[in-house]
Write a protein that binds this ligand. Structure first.
Ligand code: HEM
Length: 81
């Protein structure tokens, strides 16, 4: 049973900095990755996706096409689009 809230794209797009929080979307899920930014193996490039969709970036950086990457992402889920 999912009890996570539903967010609009407009709400997600308000979270695009470390001070406002860094949120991204992926396949209809909303993720607050603020705490992960400093741990990202690819460094601050991750902020390019802040406030929007991961898909176009992960299409470019195929290193993310691995189960363990999705496991990391799943820890940060805060809602649905
Ligand atoms: C590498 C996670 C977003 C660029 C990685 C790796 C992980 C990761 C776990 C290491 C993978 C491995 O070597 O097995 C994530 C997560 C993201 C995210 C959870 C979103 C929540 C992004 C974005 C970009 C990006 C948006 C680019 C705009 C890169 C690059 C590497 C990388 C370039 C390779 C770093 C290297 O090996 O030198 N990411 N990533 N990532 N990521 Fe991300």
């Amino acid at each position: 049973i999912s009890t996570l809230p539903v967010f609009s794209q407009e709400e997600v797009s308000k979270h695009r900095s470390l001070s406002d929080g860094v949120w991204v979307t992926y396949r209809g899920g909303v993720y607050d990755i603020t705490e992960f930014v400093a741990m990202h193996p690819g460094g601050e490039k991750i902020l390019l996706a802040a406030g929007g969709a991961l898909e176009p970036f992960w299409a470019l950086y195929a290193v993310h096409n691995q189960e363990h990457v999705l496991e990391i992402l799943s820890e940060y889920k805060v809602g649905e689009l």
